[in-house]
Design a protein around this ligand. Structure first.
Ligand code: NAD
Ligand code: WQD
Length: 335
C-alpha cells in the first residue's frame, strides 16, 4: 500500500517523499522530469535510507498513469505534477492548460477506475487574486492574473464538482503560500532551470556568485518598508502539512480547503537582511521597478489548518535562510 506522489521528484514533492518515508509510509514517485532530475532519488535514499519506487511517466498519458495503478496498490495520491512558472504561462498558455488540467483529469479518471479515492492537490495562494490579507479559505477566489493561476483555480473547481458527484471521494486542496528553504541535510532543495523567477533562489544564486545582484521589484508599495510582503513557509513544514492532509483524507470524505502558510508577512528587504545576517554572506541588491502583476501584501490565515489538521508551521525565517543557503552552497549548480 503506497502513496503516489505525482511530480514527486520536484522541489516540494521530494521533501514530502522524505517526510512520508520517515513516517513509515511506502512512496511511489511518478514524474516525467520536465523540471527535475532523477538524481533526487539518490538524495532521498541518502536521507531516509529508503528508496521510493520511481516511474518515469507523463501523467497526461492515460495508459502510463493506469500502469502505475496496475503495478502498485495506491491508497492515496498527492498531485504535485504541474508547470509552475508564472511568466512562462503567459507566453505559453496552451501548454500550461494542457499539462496542468490534463494531468489532473487523467489521474482522477485512473483513480476512479481503480477505486482509489484520496487525493491531495497542490493549489496555490494565487487563486485568491488580489483579495486583502489575511487570506482565509473562504475568501473569494478567481481574478487570477495569469494562466498558471487559472489552472489552479480550474482544477479546484474540477475537484469540487467531482466530490459533489461522488460522496465517497476524499479531497484536500492545499493552498501553498511562498515555499522556501531546503532539507537541513543540504541534499535536496529548489533547483530552478535558467534565471530564477522567485525571490529565494535568486538570493541564493547571487550569494553563491552565479548572478551579480538582486533587483528588488519596487520599494513604493504600501507596506512598512515599501517592498512586497509575502508569507514564506519552510518547505519541510510544508511537507509535513501533506502528512496531516493525507491523514485527514483517510478519516473524512468530501472536499476541504486549507491554507499552508505561517500567517506572517515578511518584506523583500527583511528577507535579504535576514539572509545576510544569518549566513554572513553579502547579497548585493538594487531597487528596480515593480514587476507586472505583483501584489503589495499576501499572507495567510493559518488558523484552519491548525484547528482541523493539527498542523502549523514551526520553522523561523532564519531557518529558511540558513537551510536555503546550506543547500545552495553545497550544490552551487543544483543536482
Ligand atoms: P517542481 O517543478 O519542482 O515540481 C513539479 C514536478 O512535476 C517536476 O518534477 C516536474 O518534472 C513534474 N511534472 C510536471 N508536469 C508533469 C507531467 N505532465 N507528468 C509528470 N510529471 C510532471 O515544482 P514545485 O515547486 O515542487 O511545485 C509542486 C506543485 O506545487 C506544483 O503543482 C506547483 O504549481 C505547486 N505550487 C508551487 C509553489 C511554489 O512556489 N513552489 C507555490 C504554490 C503551488
Ligand atoms: C516574492 C516577492 C517580488 C524576485 C510566486 C507565484 C505564486 C506562487 C509562489 C506558485 C515579491 C519580490 C522576487 C526578485 C524581487 N507560485 N522579488 N526580486 O510572486 O509572491 O509568488 O511564487 O503557485 O503563484 O506568483 O513569489 O518569490 O516571485 O516574489 O523583488 O528577483 O519578492 O516582487 O514581492 P510571488 P516570488
Amino acid at each position: 500500500m503506497s502513496i503516489l506522489l505525482s511530480g514527486g521528484a520536484g522541489y516540494i514533492g521530494s521533501h514530502t517523499a522524505v517526510a512520508l518515508l520517515q513516517a513509515g509510509q511506502d512512496v511511489v514517485i511518478a514524474d516525467n522530469f520536465c523540471n527535475s532530475s532523477p538524481k533526487v532519488l539518490d538524495r532521498i535514499e541518502a536521507i531516509t535510507g529508503k528508496r521510493p519506487a520511481l516511474i518515469d511517466a507523463d501523467l497526461c498519458d492515460r495508459e502510463a498513469a493506469d500502469a502505475i495503478f496496475r503495478s502498485h496498490t495506491i491508497t492515496g495520491v498527492v498531485h504535485f505534477a504541474g508547470l509552475k512558472a508564472v511568466g512562462e504561462s503567459v507566453q505559453k498558455p496552451l501548454l500550461y492548460y494542457r499539462n496542468n488540467l490534463d494531468s489532473a483529469l487523467t489521474l482522477l479518471e485512473v483513480m476512479q477506475a481503480h477505486g482509489c479515492r484520496q487525493f491531495v492537490f497542490s493549489s496555490s495562494a494565487t487563486v485568491y487574486g488580489d483579495q486583502p490579507a489575511p487570506l482565509h479559505e473562504d475568501s473569494p477566489t478567481g481574478g487570477c492574473s495569469n494562466p498558471y493561476g487559472w489552472t489552479k483555480f480550474m482544477i479546484e473547481q474540477i475537484l469540487l464538482s467531482a466530490c459533489a458527484a461522488d460522496p465517497a471521494l476524499s479531497v484536500v486542496l492545499l493552498r501553498y503560500f511562498n515555499p522556501v528553504g531546503a532539507h537541513e541535510s543540504g541534499l535536496i532543495g529548489e533547483n530552478p532551470n535558467g534565471i530564477p523567477n522567485n525571490l529565494m533562489p535568486y538570493i541564493t544564486q547571487v550569494a553563491v556568485g552565479r548572478r551579480e545582484k538582486l533587483t528588488i521589484f519596487g520599494n513604493d508599495y504600501p507596506t512598512p518598508d515599501g517592498t512586497g510582503v509575502r508569507d514564506y513557509i519552510h518547505v519541510v513544514d510544508l511537507a509535513n502539512g501533506h502528512l496531516a492532509a493525507l491523514n485527514y483524507c483517510a478519516a473524512h470524505t468530501g472536499c476541504e480547503i486549507f491554507n499552508l502558510g505561517t500567517g506572517h508577512g515578511v518584506s523583500v528587504l527583511e528577507m535579504v537582511e535576514t539572509f545576510e545576517s544569518v549566513n554572513h554572506v553579502a547579497v548585493p541588491h538594487v531597487i528596480g521597478p515593480r514587476r507586472a502583476g505583483d501584489l503589495a501584501t499576501v499572507y495567510a490565515s493559518a488558523e484552519k489548518a491548525e484547528r482541523m489538521l493539527g498542523w502549523k508551521a514551526e520553522k523561523t525565517l532564519a531557518d529558511m535562510c540558513r537551510d536555503s543557503w546550506n543547500w545552495q552552497s553545497k550544490n552551487p549548480n543544483g543536482y
